[in-house]
Design a protein around this ligand. Structure first.
Ligand SMILES: [Zn+2]
Length: 139
């Protein structure tokens, strides 16, 4: 795990974006893809979709990511690791392609883990809009 997250940090250094993020997809010790986030559209044109997130870019490089783990690192201007928890959109993407978990750097320099496979099985509460007020309050 340690070497993969270190590789993700080094990959982040290549990002042309202000928030530099690197992602590594690995099957055990074997690295399948490394990608940093990159520019997609001018922020002036489409602020919310201005970048390809590193997770998204790495997933596109792997033919069959099912059962793999992703390592996500973000670095600040000094190259130190900062919070890189995958966003909601990337979490949905990772779950959809069968990636089981995500290690990511955090504010204090440690590495946290997100159980993607488990979050995928979580029920989509409120999707039908028919839940009673009591049920809604409980979540
Ligand atoms: Zn994302």
């Amino acid at each position: 795990m340690g070497s993969h997250i270190e590789l993700a940090k080094r990959t982040a250094l290549y990002s042309p974006c202000r928030h530099r993020v690197g992602a590594v997809i690995a099957a055990g010790p074997r690295v399948l893809a490394t990608r940093s986030n990159s520019r997609r559209n001018s922020p002036r044109v489409d602020f919310h979709h201005a970048t390809f997130h590193a997770e998204e870019a790495a997933v596109r490089r792997v033919r069959n990511p099912a059962g793999t783990v992703i390592y996500v690192a973000r670095v600040n201007a000094a190259g130190e690791p900062v919070m890189a928890r995958p966003c909601e959109r990337c979490q949905r993407l990772l779950a959809a392609v069968g990636i089981v978990g995500a290690y990511f750097t955090t504010w204090d320099g440690s590495v946290d883990y997100l159980d993607i496979a488990r979050s995928r099985r979580a029920p989509a509460v409120g999707r039908t809009g028919s839940a009673s007020p009591a049920l809604r309050d409980r979540r």
